[in-house]
Design a protein around this ligand. Sequence first.
Ligand code: SF4
Length: 481
Amino acid sequence: MPTLRGAMHTIHRPIPTKPDAEPLDAGFLEAVVAGAVRLTPEQSFRLYTEAPLHTLARVADGVCRRIHGPSIRTYVKDRNINYTNVCTARCTFCAFRRDGDEADAYTLEHSAIEDKVAELVAIGGTQILMQGGMNPALPISWYEELLRRLKSKFPQVHIHAFSPPEFIEFVEYFDPPGDSLESKLKWVMVRLREAGLDSIPGGGGEIFAAPVRRKIGLGKCDAEAWLTTMFVAHQLGMFTSATMMFGHIEGLADRVHHLELVRSWQDKALTELPGAGEPGVSGAGHYKAFISWPFQRENTPLGRLPEWGDDPAELERAFPGDVVARLDGEGDARAEALFGRRARMAGATEYLRTQALSRIHLDNIYSIGASWVTMGPAIGQVGLRFGANDMGSVMMEENVVSAAGTTYCLDEQVLCRLIREAGFVPAQRDNTYDLLRIHDGPESPDLLVRDWSAHRTKRLHIQGPTNSAGSAPVELTTSLE
Ligand code: SF4
């Protein structure tokens, strides 16, 4: 019988590398599964590009089972609140942003945000994920008042909010005291934490390699600033997550480089910060989870790029992103004239391979999330056999990705059924991955359902009145396809 777990789950014992080992060797991969050795970036790249899909699945699943055990896979009840769509950045993959003077630009009133949290609490939700565009019109007092208001009304709700690019812009907008980026970030973060901020989401990670980031993340912070922001949060004892959005102009080596940066900064947090060193536990902040998803192209400038392979003659050459990408992130965009001018979209197989590699490479990160929001529930479910331990959130609302074409939205019963039909016991977790309810009895949400038709198409939420990107009702578009 599974039991509820303790509060800390992070893995931080040093794991050696074996750079001379053949990455596809069965004995070597067994040692990786056992956590006795970690992959170098070169080995991860070869594993990713040469291993059969089933090998990646087996190794990732083995690592997942070592960390999470054989039976329980989790989900959380939270709500994604996008408080403003006004943004100074112009990411080419974004269909959500607006200039401040556009007719459908919006910033939610504090009362409207409070109403959304009240709806979440009514269904037993435990967390909000709150991110915005980067809106220069909002002073720090707007954020502090919002956080204080939410914390005083809903002290039980965990506030997971403001991604690193937002913090970098906060430093710009609020002009905090300090003589370094770190000290300025710390000033802002402490103010917001004192007002009620609990942890920081990994939005804006995209792809860290500079040649890619410069092409797709116009006006958004670079990798160094992103990672530094998270490290400051870790210094303050906060948990964060990390993300990667792939399947556009990047090369495969860029994905491995991205994973390697997350892993090395996690090592730094787990070994250098106060509290590190206790067996199986870190008192300091660190990355708790990693989630990756493929780029969604609809309504975005990046999505209008010709797809690699539309012109079959081009396939005789290497994909431009692969020509430029290097495992050290030092690729030169000038190495290929078509770099940034062709997209290579990721399908289901590519998604599963990438997620599996993230589980295998990120041996110091506790949770890997399956991305059904973008991939659909069936692929998300398969993802539980490719290294993911968590199905993410019962979605009440999602605006940023859905503005680029995604409308998948599942309720708790469907999420539980997906997990159970993948061969696991579903369990609701909280934001720190403690288990709140293990659904192993007849009262489980999915086992109480008699009529699944009511869970196939269900209007869950209508986005606020001024956001055209999110104004269409979000449908429960699919459940058990
Ligand atoms: S992805 Fe985020 S930071 Fe980039 S333009 Fe859209 S809202 Fe702004």
